[in-house]
Design a protein around this ligand. Structure first.
Ligand SMILES: C[S@@+](CC[C@H](N)C(=O)[O-])C[C@H]1O[C@@H](n2cnc3c(N)ncnc32)[C@H](O)[C@@H]1O
Length: 386
């Protein structure tokens, strides 16, 4: 089904969360000189007009970028995102909103590579045209150097499938954003299957999945299922700008699930999310949640006296998940306008005592280079703790 057009939703609260986190992840990768690859499996059009066309229909940007536009008190990490959007609007008037490919292209360096997928025949044309103009403009300014191979590749096709062919990236450093429309429930299943496959091909990559927080079962199950995929660790952040409407329509809450997150991300989120709740929150149900889980490295040893054939069969398991007997470090945290001192959200509030008992370091990927691993780890999340 190809009825989804992201232009209707451009700049809403879900885009703010997604694009702010995306920029954080890319900036982290950019701290090391070695090139990295960014893959956008569901790119959309790349750039959206806010004052004409689809975006004007429901003006969803009023739930996201609009209330942030004139603020001068944003935390530094959020300011980096706001600066990027403002650079796109040099007149100072909020007219254009950047999609994920545009955000990425702005943050990425000459040596890095973008791999973009889009299935919709109209959106892919707009995306290609937007990038053609952008690159022509940058070339005029002498901003981009040529790298070996193409810096940007735009693929008209299925991003879930296309990802398989390009992992692992040449430098073994990379970020994959998976952001499907979820208009068909099969998208939920495909996200999980796609990640399981991708993590076998590129276990040290960072993966970010955007998802809507809805009452439908597939939406509730998705983060729980992703927590069980073998990886070094995960981080789940959600932003709700209000409680559900009585008729159940409208998106009031969304999440970003990050597999193999940089160790710096959680602290940044703890700084920025209370601010987003304060500025974008519409009622007392506005809140954020952060939870993270860590896995322990598990080495798969071949049996001491195994035959050659058995050894081969067992070592294949190095690429599989092993359920380790270690403890979980899941650590959810909730901040909400519902807290007594709702006027003071300078720090996240721990309002759910059940979910705040486990305290442990949650950092992963401390190596900026996302270096090689010797064996696949088993996944341990809070929900599987013993
Ligand atoms: C939520 S939008 C993407 C928004 C974009 N990532 C951003 O943040 O600006 C999802 C896009 O995925 C496209 N799409 C749907 N199924 C797809 C698939 N299997 N492969 C690639 N693109 C797909 C839709 O046409 C739509 O443009």
């Amino acid at each position: 089904m190809l009825s989804y057009r992201h232009g209707f939703h451009a700049g809403n609260h879900a885009d703010v969360l997604k694009h702010f986190v995306l920029i954080e992840l890319l900036n982290y990768l950019g701290q090391k000189d070695t090139a990295y690859t960014y893959v956008d499996t569901h790119s959309g059009a790349g750039l959206y007009s806010l004052d004409t066309g689809y975006a004007t229909k429901n003006a969803e940007y009023e739930t996201g970028i609009a209330p942030l536009w004139d603020r001068d008190d944003a935390p530094a990490a959020l300011q980096a995102y706001l600066d990027l959007v403002k650079t796109l609007n040099p007149s100072g008037k909020m007219r254009y909103y950047p999609g994920s490919p545009y955000c990425a292209n702005e943050v990425m360096r000459a040596q890095d590579r973008l791999r973009l997928f889009e299935l919709h025949p109209s959106e892919i044309k707009i995306l290609s045209e937007n990038f053609r103009k952008l690159e022509a403009h940058k070339a005029e300014q002498g901003e981009r150097q040529t790298v070996r191979g193409k810096r940007i590749m735009i693929n008209a096709g299925d991003g879930f499938e296309g990802l398989k062919a390009i992992l692992p990236p040449p430098s073994r450093r990379g970020l994959v954003l998976i952001d499907p429309p979820y208009e068909v429930k099969d998208d939920y299943r495909r996200v999980k299957v796609c990640l399981e496959d991708a993590l076998v091909r590129f276990p040290t990559g960072t993966y970010a999945v955007w998802y809507p927080v809805l009452s439908r079962i597939e939406s509730k199950q998705l983060p729980e299922r992703l927590k069980r995929i073998p990886a070094n660790g995960w981080l789940n952040v959600t932003l709700s700008i209000s409680g559900p409407t009585p008729d159940g329509f409208g998106l009031h809450s969304s999440g970003m699930f990050i597999i193999n997150p940089p160790w710096t991300l959680e602290a940044t989120l703890r700084e920025v999310m209370p601010y987003l709740v304060r500025v974008l929150g519409k009622d007392v149900s506005a809140k954020f949640e952060i939870e993270s889980g860590e896995t322990e490295q598990v080495r798969v040893k071949p049996p001491v006296r195994a035959s050659a054939e058995r050894t081969a069969r067992n070592t294949v398991g190095a690429g599989k998940s092993i359920n380790a007997t270690t403890t979980s470090t899941g650590r959810p945290q909730v901040g909400s306008l519902r807290t007594n001192n709702s006027n003071n959200l300078s720090g996240p509030k721990r309002i759910d005592s059940r979910t705040n008992t486990a305290r442990a370091a949650s950092s992963t990927n401390r190596d900026l280079g996302q270096g090689k691993r010797t064996a696949r780890p088993a996944n341990l999340s809070k929900s599987r703790s013993r």
